[in-house]
Design a protein around this ligand. Structure first.
Ligand code: AKG
Ligand code: FE2
Length: 341
């Protein structure tokens, strides 16, 4: 390739900042073939060999899809999310699970899709406290947990950075919809600091960049414990003015003083003003840029009849190198339980 065509390619890539990609019928067939190749090589999800097999095979995904994933991985986009539509799922899915810690054990079609597409975005990572350290989590309503600010709940789920309290929080999370809720009312909400930052005044922006906010551990990391510890104060905004980064949880981040409280309120107002909502349908995967974008979910009404809303979720980091000290056992993808203060 000449220098000129390399430059053209780069310009073309940069202009492709769309936040959605819908697979054509031909691409659906191509994806289904790669899924079958992966499933013929592996059986269980939670094995290092499975992660490696997915990493060796994702290059066979359709070129247009790879370009969309690659562009989003490198540059992000103003929405902070990329939605892939039309992913091929089997018609005969089992009933929606109802258990708190339900996870994908076998490498089903949906698990294979997440492994293939998400491992293109980075290195898979999991956390010992979250669903027993499994790589792929079932996100479904759990009887009795309706009012919880957790993925098992059904009330409005407040905007949050995933695992905001964790030093090796995911860089991207993928939410694949297997089944929408009965009323197709449960909207996935995303809001990116790239859009919200313009609505902040400079004083609030400066305060948000100072260590005046404490975040506590998520409930899923403290199941069975009486209280949830807060970490040391930290900023919620970082990065350059043109490319800001955000780490906040509007249920679990507390301001340390009145000025910090006002700035956090202003941030919340700005994020609500630019929020995007979409009801995911079966075969939709939304990939969220967890370093710029918070997410949440609108309320919905579960029926616990086996046909409730069902998503599967997977986390990746840009590079596992930064998490090597935390992994247990060394060489895998699972972070040890945090030493709770
Ligand atoms: O239910 C949803 O759409 C999102 C839940 C959530 O925040 C998560 O699974 O991380
Ligand atoms: Fe979340």
């Amino acid at each position: 390739m000449t220098h000129a065509s390399l430059a053209d390619q780069a310009v073309d890539d940069r202009s492709d900042s769309a936040s959605g990609y819908t697979l054509s019928p031909h691409e659906v067939d191509q994806v289904a073939l790669v899924v079958e190749r992966l499933r013929s090589r592996v059986s269980e999800v939670d094995r290092p060999e499975t992660v490696t097999a997915a990493q060796l095979l994702h290059g066979h995904l359709p070129e247009g899809l790879l370009r969309a994933l690659e562009h989003f991985r490198r540059y992000g986009n103003p929405d902070g999310g990329l939605t892939i539509r039309n992913l091929p799922l089997p018609a005969d899915l089992p009933p929606t699970p109802q258990a708190v810690n339900s996870v994908a054990v076998e490498c089903t079609t949906s698990a294979a899709l997440l492994l293939l597409l998400m491992s293109r975005m980075g290195d898979p990572i999991s956390y010992a406290e979250e669903k027993h350290g499994a790589l792929i989590h079932d996100i479904c309503p759990v009887p009795g947990e309706e009012d919880q600010q957790q993925n098992t709940g059904a009330v409005y789920f407040k905007l949050h950075t995933e695992n905001a309290f964790h030093v090796s929080r995911p860089d991207f999370l993928g939410l694949l919809c297997l089944r929408p809720d009965h009323d197709q009312r449960a909207a996935s909400i995303t809001s990116s600091i790239s859009r919200a930052v313009r609505l902040l005044d400079p004083v609030d922006d400066a305060v948000l960049r100072q260590p005046r906010f404490r975040t506590r551990l998520a409930p899923s990391f403290c199941r069975g414990q009486v209280s949830r510890p807060y970490l040391d104060p930290a900023p919620v905004l970082a990065g350059s003015p043109a490319h800001p980064l955000l780490t906040v949880d509007f249920d679990d981040t507390a301001p340390c003083d009145p000025q910090a409280e006002a700035a956090l309120d202003a941030l919340h107002t700005a994020l609500q003003a630019v929020r995007r909502e979409a009801v995911l349908l079966s075969g939709d995967l939304v990939i969220i840029d967890n370093s710029t974008t918070v997410h949440g979910r609108s309320e919905f009404t579960p029926r616990y009849d086996g046909a409730d809303r069902w998503l599967q979720r997977m986390f990746v980091v840009r590079s596992l190198r930064n998490a090597l000290d935390l992994l247990d056992p060394a060489g895998s993808y699972r972070c040890r339980a945090l030493a709770v203060p």
